[in-house]
Design a binder for this molecule. Sequence first.
Ligand SMILES: C[S@@+](CC[C@H](N)C(=O)[O-])C[C@H]1O[C@@H](n2cnc3c(N)ncnc32)[C@H](O)[C@@H]1O
Length: 243
Amino acid sequence: MSDQQDRIYSTTHQQVARFSFDETVVRVFPDMIRRSVPGYATIIDMIGVLAARYAQPDTCLYDLGCSLGAATTAMAALTEEQGNRLVAVDNSPAMIDQARTLLTEAGLSHRVELLEGDVASLAFDPCSMAVLNFTLQFIAPDARDALIQRLADATVPGGILVLSEKIRFADEAENALQTELHHAFKRNNGYSDLEISQKRTALENVLIPETLADHEARLRRAGYRHIHVWFRCFNFMSLLAVR
Ligand SMILES: C[S@@+](CC[C@H](N)C(=O)[O-])C[C@H]1O[C@@H](n2cnc3c(N)ncnc32)[C@H](O)[C@@H]1O
């Protein structure tokens, strides 16, 4: 069901609706994210590697805004022996339905607790790893500080947060260049100018990017001791924050 090509914005929409993670998006999601986010497959693989390195016994691992459970699956595979409990959360019913099917097919339903809900109002158990893989950017900016603070409070010493985001740059010329390079990446992956422009309109005020400095400052305020950029390509990056 979810292996179709993303053609959502290939024809002219009279009025481009606000982007939402509904059934239409779920059907094409793996193709959409692979062709839209530079390095997505690498980031997923490395989340598995980070889980193997940082997961601690008797703590849980969170995948927040899990979509179809790609990061959950990578974390589960590389922590199999230790058997940490995994909690995967998303507020899109369509995503959760399809994630449940995929995780069951992958034989992971016994390890993963799948929750439909808003990560901004979730109570966290002690965890050694939390992943926000391109999720925080969809959460209201005024709810971000509190979410990161509650996550930091729930993270055991030596535990981590993996925070992947599309970022903006304070310098306008830099921002324009990185945006243009991202669009070139999308064009190279078969998206037309019409698709790129309509998707951009749909995401306006839905995906709200911040600067790397904003993210680093928030993580420091919350109490993460070490913050490393471990991946970056154009205006996409992933941070490793150690508690
Ligand atoms: C770009 S996708 C994340 C991709 C996914 N983490 C992965 O690695 O494949 C963003 C996801 O966050 C979810 N989301 C957005 N806001 C949320 C919230 N407040 N609570 C829970 N999930 C949320 C969306 O439904 C969507 O599935």
